[in-house]
Write a protein that binds this ligand. Structure first.
Ligand SMILES: *Cc1c(COP(=O)(O)O)cnc(C)c1O
Length: 234
């Protein structure tokens, strides 16, 4: 067993255990494997261990990786999720290459993605990133603005608004970790009461996925626990 397939198995067990503790069906929590900084070989390794959905933060790195995977293994049908910060001049390749975008944090970006989504592809799945911890430095829509932005995005023709995403401040204690996730879930429920049919709460990473699952995460975005520590110096 490769280290990646071993780690994947452990993460799947952790998700299942967390779901059972929360009295949730483990099938309702999807694993997004965050492969940023790791090569095509690591993605193929995880794919051969049954993983299908991969998350990437850096556009050029992601597009190059997709091309080399396709060249080696055209049989692999993978689902790609963009989860990094988005510059408005980089929306076209995102609209062309990805199935999901979790990091939409303003209406303008959503408009561009909708306009630039190729007509032969299905609607691009969107999560609105929320600045749930409220720091000035973090990207994300302020909680009080989420309803208006979400309703505007839901009207765009080539997007499908699926839900909300957040990256809270790191915290060591599980109770502290749960508080922002709970806030995000409450926002999500409020939007559904107002008529949006959202089904996705993208929250939780290697260090806080258990807290996120306890608060209702439907997608956890996990990098380090699957692929190991990242080194950014390249
Ligand atoms: C890198 C990243 C992750 C994965 O983080 P780990 O701590 O390695 O699990 C998840 N979400 C986003 C938005 C990221 O940038």
């Amino acid at each position: 067993m490769s280290p990646i397939s071993h780690n994947l198995q452990a993460v799947r067990e952790r998700i299942a255990a967390g779901a059972r503790t929360a009295l949730r069906d483990p099938q309702t929590v999807q694993l997004l494997a965050v492969s940023k900084t790791f090569g095509a070989d690591a993605v193929v390794d995880a794919a051969d261990a049954g993983q299908r959905a991969f998350g990437e933060n850096y556009l050029q790195e992601a597009v190059d990786k997709m091309a080399s995977i396709h060249a080696f293994r055209p049989d692999l049908k993978l689902e790609w999720h963009f989860i990094g910060p988005i510059q408005s001049n980089k929306t076209r390749p995102i609209a062309e290459h990805f199935d999901w975008v979790h990091s939409v944090d303003r209406e303008k970006i959503a408009h561009r993605l909708s306009e630039q989504r190729p007509a032969n592809l299905p609607a691009l799945n969107i999560c609105l990133q929320v600045n749930i911890s409220g720091e000035d430095t973090k990207s994300g829509v302020a909680p009080q603005d989420v309803a208006a932005v979400a309703k505007a995005i839901a009207r765009l023709p080539n997007l499908k608004l699926r839900g909300l995403m957040a990256i809270p401040e790191p915290a060591d204690d599980v109770e502290q970790q749960r508080a922002p996730f709970r806030k995000l879930r409450q926002l999500f429920e409020q939007l559904n009461e107002e008529g949006l049919a959202l089904d996705t709460l993208s929250m939780g990473m290697s260090a806080d996925m258990d807290a996120a699952i306890a608060e209702g995460a439907t997608i956890v975005r996990v990098g380090t626990a699957i692929f190991g520590q990242r080194t950014y110096a390249k």
